[in-house]
Design a protein around this ligand. Structure first.
Ligand SMILES: [Zn+2]
Length: 1236
């Protein structure tokens, strides 16, 4: 150490005695100190006295600019006299006790820790070592240790670890000395390498000699010893050591002893310390085994139950619960195989693909569980101080860093000759309308192809194919028919305007969708005072007020009877299989069957029977049984028609050949007018659910384990004794594989995997009947896979009550209490986790009180939207067509399952057949939209419905929009997945949104042909202005977008890039920016424009890179709700989703104006007004606008964390936040954050 100089001259009072003494000490350093021991003692004693008696002395020594600490440390280093050394340590002790944080920091930064270790080691060589010196040294180290990040490493390198251990071993009963040693040991042990080394030296055993049964003495000693032990046991080697020495039963006995005797809860920290030790030991398999063998489950369960009433003991309950969950013996899912219950034979199975892998296992292999448990890796005996660096790495792992890949390549893989066949889907680009009569016709050249859209070329089923035709719209379907007529006249009398004049700037004031301003006008949900506010789209306020009244009017009776269709073999077959529910007394027959099964009846009691011959059964009822009261929703749901729906279902091909129709899809859904706030989570709900789960093990006799629904063994005999609920999901989009009654009012539900796969469980849609009123049912969906869910953050499942529907309230409502989502005790086979072992499934649990007896209720993950619903909506949209609308519906292709994939073209008819008008018509930019590639993301379909309905509307905005663009829309990219109740995949068992780079025409037809359409457009130089694929997001709130930006990707990844890489047209930000201003649910802050490697085969990235579309997006809508904007605190509903789809259209209109103005520098100011931010042109590129406030911060909060090892549940830092911490843990052990 360099010799410091006392700074007495400058800035310090010269009359300061303490400083003068320090100067004297400084001058003595070295030789003099050794020579003149007496003076050294005197000077240090005087300094000590001053510091002890005058507060200002300490301040003077520690003041900024003073080198007092350097002098003290140098003297300490040089001193060879024990008394002088002690004096200096007393001085330090005094100094560091006050204002600890900063002073200790100064001490550490001046190298004080090292000096102390050095003295410790040399003092240990004296025989016997001075006890007082050891005491002071350890006391000081205990103060310094927690503030020195390198404390553990310094201790190990200086050889101090063993000194401390030896002092402890020799002074086991010297409490005064033992305590500071333990405090130091506690800090040593937090370093993982130290922990292993200390363990080898017998320190773990030493701790067990110190801690003991309940006693009022030495509690602080016990506490520190347990802390140290807990830290040591984080090392798996040490944990194993404890298990091998048989200490697990001892620890449990100790815990129980303290639990029983510490009646006034004064020693909670000791009890917690014991639990932490157990928790760390049970991180290893052997530890869990020892815990179970020592009856740990029962001990902790009973003690926790006793702790429950005392809220301050929550940390004990939470830690106990954590241990019990870990040790709960892993169960197997009650399934014969985790492969999907239904198999679909693919035209060919690509070798090495997921389906080949799935079915390549030899028969007899049990894929439900692994023999192996968890993989315990050997511990590395090296420092892992760089964990932060590792995190940093993970953070950027997924970002594309290959600059070449980041640059759009725009090379189209196939020759134009091959793409030419797609010309037929773009007849609007060549049509000349010469035969079209603009004065009269309604239907001329845009004859709908919907007639073949809904027919099926597959003749696998004998069901009749019903071909709906677009009907003449009735006045109620086009409420503004008067306006339509007016606008027709207007158009006809216009004197052939030039093509540009039709693009006259829209009056921005007319766009009435500002987020803040128009709260009252466009509130689609009730205002906070509880009164319903009128929605902005589709309906007039007066209509709205009438909604509830309308619905409570006497209900129209509609017969479902279809006399031409009574054979329905499949149906009868099914009924036979299930055993006809002859004695079923329910008023509403479940299920609603297709074709020849008209036994529907509401109210009135009596048995209405699903016999083999339905209509006979009906006649028994006096000829009136074949009726069902269907809520009349025609006015509220212009696109819905129950009869049409049933017809559509008949043409829908499902793998299980469903013959039933779910009531909600049949009746339709009228969004409720009341608010549905995010559910507030009740404190301790997860804990109490977990305790109920643990009780299954503690009280096995209470468990019924009765299978009440099972599609793997479809003939369970369920006696209709009212003791069990009845389940069903044999209808389009249904997904329930098995239901097991666990307790009287509790059911475990198992979801089916996506067809031809063994996982992707998330979406659910099933029917429940046979319920009682006045009891609380608990449902557990036990094979969820995601590590966290919005169900933990306010989201509720959806329920549809048929009794409510026929009482005039046909709607899905957010339902359920005591909702939580947590890791359960069902083991997940490594076959389904991509090789990872020791994983568990997750449980979604919710509780329900049914309001009606004899009801049929449906539960769903999100608002269902079936393929048949889409077909019905498209058919109804056809009816909304006016002479000014160009609407064409094509069949893009047929899916693997034999269903058609619709393609829509929407634009405005040319104003006349003049060449100018035709030219304007053909040259409109193309907007390409798609949705529902992921079947479980039904919200995407509701957004798409909003878009389609808006586009077909009569509002001036819709008219302008159609005149501005040609819309190409594939509203459902994955019909088969939707129909069969998949969550993510198509029938090929693959995620279609990972196939865009190289779609296979046979296996991924919808993607192949959609991509071809885009390639065709690129070839003819008509690449879309905007491409957007609608999705749903299960882990985030709000609606937001993912786009593609080289610059923002480069920023995020820290890769070096040339300046040209960073010059980028910021146009990709414009559309989301507009949306954030006009769409209340949309959040710019959640949007991201980074290109990730894992997304390189998604629609967004491929369309951007290969087709060259700058504005290529994924739009993600929350499944949960919003935490910003007008809908903050509310769950999202179909009304808000449809509004989002409509606002997307409005935003496109604004975008049109902005892009139309692109080359006019003088209009930039206008643009900035429109966007609402200050913008400035970048000098190098006149078409680039920098929206300053949009510049992304360097590290946006994007979570790229990979799923971590489940066993590494982090320890709650504070004693008070067990549950909170646990939910944070769940958050962190997550899979990659966003999937599109
Ligand atoms: Zn998606």
């Amino acid at each position: 150490m360099n010799k410091p100089k006392m700074a007495t001259e400058k800035g310090v009072p010269s009359n300061s005695r303490v400083l003068m003494l320090l100067s004297q000490l400084e001058r003595m350093n070295g030789e003099a100190m050794l020579r003149d021991v007496e003076t050294a003692r005197q000077v240090t004693a005087k300094i000590l006295h001053l510091i002890q008696t005058q507060e200002k002395s300490g301040k003077e020594v520690m003041s900024k600019g003073s080198s007092g600490m350097e002098v003290i440390l140098a003297s300490l280093e040089n001193s060879r006299d024990v008394q002088t050394t002690l004096n200096i340590m007393y001085i330090l002790s005094e100094l560091l006790t006050i204002g600890r944080g900063r002073r200790v920091g100064v001490f550490v930064s001046k190298g004080g820790t090292g000096v102390l270790f050095q003295i410790l080691v040399s003092a240990s060589n004296e025989l016997p070592p001075s006890e007082e010196l050891m005491l002071q040294l350890h006391s000081l180290l205990a103060k310094v240790g927690p503030k020195d990040r390198k404390f553990g490493v310094k201790a190990r390198l200086s050889g101090a670890l063993n000194v401390t251990v030896n002092v402890m071993k020799q002074n086991l009963h010297n409490t005064k000395l033992l305590l500071p040693c333990l405090q130091v040991l506690r800090v040593y042990s937090t370093n993982s390498v130290n922990a292993i080394s200390l363990g080898k030296n017998g320190v773990v055993e030493l701790m067990f000699k110190i801690v003991g049964p309940y006693s009022k003495k030495n509690t602080s000693l016990f506490k520190v010893a347990l802390d140290a032990l807990g830290a040591l046991l984080k090392s798996k080697t040490n944990a194993r050591r404890v298990v091998d020495s048989g200490h697990v039963p001892a620890l449990l006995a100790l815990y129980l002893d303290w639990h029983r005797n510490d009646t006034r809860h004064r020693c909670m920290l000791i009890r917690k310390g014991l639990l932490v030790c157990l928790r760390n030991i049970t991180n290893i398999k052997l530890g869990r085994k020892a815990f179970l063998e020592a009856d740990g489950m029962r001990i902790l369960y009973n003690s926790s139950t006793e702790c429950l009433p005392v809220r301050t003991l929550d940390p004990l309950v939470n830690t106990s619960s954590l241990i019990m969950r870990k040790c709960f013996p892993k169960n197997r899912l009650p399934l014969p195989t985790i492969k999907s219950a239904f198999h679909f034979q693919l035209p060919h199975v690509p070798p090495g693909g997921p389906v080949a892998q799935l079915y390549s296992q030899p028969p007899g292999v049990d894929d439900v569980v692994d023999e192996s448990d968890d993989n315990e890796e050997p511990e590395a005996e090296t420092d892992t101080d760089n964990e932060e660096d590792k995190d940093q790495c993970n953070l950027n792992d997924d970002i594309e860093t290959d600059i070449n890949k980041l640059h759009p390549k725009r090379t189209i893989g196939c020759p134009f000759e091959e793409l030419k066949v797609y010309q037929k889907f773009f007849s609007e680009l060549s049509e000349d309308f010469q035969d079209y009569s603009f004065e009269l016709s309604k239907s001329a050249s845009t004859t709908s192809s919907s007639t073949y859209l809904y027919s099926s070329s597959s003749a696998r089923f004998s069901r009749p194919v019903v071909v709906p035709t677009a009907q003449t719209p009735s006045p109620k379907q086009i409420p503004d028919s008067q306006d339509v007529c007016n606008s027709v006249k207007e158009h006809q009398t216009l004197p052939s305007p030039s093509p540009t004049s039709s693009q006259t700037p829209l009056d921005l004031d007319a766009i009435h969708l500002r987020k803040d301003k128009d709260k009252k006008e466009d509130a689609n949900i009730p205002t906070p005072d509880g009164h319903a506010a009128p929605p902005s789209f589709c309906r007039s306020p007066s209509q709205d007020h009438m909604i509830e009244q309308e619905l409570s009017h006497p209900l129209e009776c509609v017969s479902l009877e279809d006399k031409e269709n009574q054979s329905a073999e499949a149906v009868s077959e099914r009924v036979r299989n299930e055993g006809s529910p002859v004695n079923n007394l329910r008023h509403i027959q479940s299920p609603l069957l297709l074709g020849g099964f008209p036994v529907r009846r509401v109210g009135g009691g009596g048995s209405n029977v699903g016999s083999d011959c339905g209509s006979e059964g009906a006649e028994d009822e006096g000829g009136e049984a074949a009726v069902l009261e269907v809520p009349d929703t025609a006015q509220l749901l212009p696109l819905h028609d129950p009869d049409l729906y049933v017809e559509m279902v008949k043409g829908t091909q499902s793998v299980p050949q469903y013959a039933e129709v779910a009531y909600p899809d049949y009746f339709g859904h009228v969004a409720p007018m009341f608010k549905e706030p995010l559910l507030e989570r009740i404190y301790g709900v997860q804990r109490s659910k977990i305790f109920q789960d643990i009780e299954r093990l503690i009280h096995p006799n209470d468990i019924l384990d009765k299978v009440v629904y099972d599609i793997d063994h479809p003939s369970p005999v369920i006696e209709e004794n009212g003791e069990s609920l009845k389940f069903n999901s044999q209808f389009e989009s249904g997904n329930l594989r098995k239901a097991v009654q666990v307790r009287k009012y509790e059911y475990d539900l198992v979801l089916n995997a996506d067809i031809n796969s063994n996982h992707y469980h998330q979406w659910f849609y099933f029917e429940v009947s046979g319920m009682r009123v006045g009891v609380t049912y608990r449902f557990n969906i036990i094979n969820c896979e995601k590590s966290n869910s919005q169900f933990n953050y306010g989201m509720q499942a959806l329920m549809y009550s048929v009794q409510e529907a026929i009482s005039g309230r046909p709607r899905w409502v957010r339902t359920g209490t005591d909702i939580c989502y947590y890791k359960n005790h069902f083991a997940r086979s490594s076959i389904a986790t991509g090789g990872q072992k020791g994983k568990s499934y997750y449980t979604l649990t919710f509780s329900i009180n049914f309001s009606h007896k004899d009801d049929v209720c449906y539960f769903a993950y999100h608002y269902p939207y079936t393929y048949s619903t889409l077909k019905m909506h498209l058919s109804k949209l056809e009816a909304m067509r006016t002479p000014q609308i160009y609407l064409r519906q094509d069949v893009l292709c047929e899916t693997l399952g034999g269903n058609t994939c619709p393609l829509l073209t929407i634009t405005a008819m040319p104003e006349s057949k003049s060449s100018d008008h035709i030219c304007q018509f053909r040259n409109r930019p193309v907007i390409f939209l798609s949705a529902r590639v992921h079947p479980g993301e039904t919200n995407a379909s509701w957004v798409m419905k909003g878009t389609l309905e808006f586009l077909m509307g009569t509002s001036p905005l819709a008219v302008s929009l159609r005149e501005a663009y040609i819309f190409k829309i594939v509203p459902m990219l994955n019909p088969d997945g939707v129909i069969n109740g998949n969550h993510r995949c198509s029938l090929s068992g693959e995620d279609l949104n990972r196939q865009w780079q190289n779609p296979n025409p046979e296996l991924h037809p919808t993607i192949y042909h959609t991509k071809s359409l885009l390639q065709y457009l690129a070839y003819i130089q008509r690449a879309p202005l905007v491409f957007c694929d609608y999705h749903g997001h299960s882990r985030k709130k709000n609606v937001f977008m993912y786009g593609c930006s080289v610059k923002e990707t480069v920023w995020q990844s820290n890769i070096s890039a040339t300046s040209s890489d960073l010059q980028e047209d910021l146009g990709y930000r414009t559309l989301p920016k507009i949306l954030s201003q006009i769409a209340p649910a949309f959040s710019m802050a959640s949007s991201s424009f980074v290109v990730e490697r894992s997304k390189e085969s998604t629609a967004r990235v491929v369309v951007w890179r290969e087709i060259g579309v700058k504005r290529s997006y994924t739009m993600e809508s929350t499944l949960c709700g919003c935490d910003q904007g007008k809908y903050k605190g509310l769950q999202i509903g179909t009304r808000e989703l449809e509004e989002m789809g409509a606002q997307f259209c409005v935003a496109l209109l604004r975008l049109k104006r902005l892009t139309g103005l692109r080359n006019h520098q003088h209009l930039l100011d206008l643009e900035s007004d429109i966007i609402g931010t200050h913008s400035k042109p970048v000098s190098s590129c006149t078409t680039t606008y920098v929206l300053e406030e949009d510049e992304p911060s360097f590290l946006e909060a994007i979570d790229y964390s990979a799923e971590s090892n489940d066993d590494d549940d982090a320890e709650p830092e504070s004693d008070l936040c067990g549950e909170v911490q646990e939910s944070l843990d769940q958050l962190s052990d997550s899979e990659s954050n966003h999937r599109d």
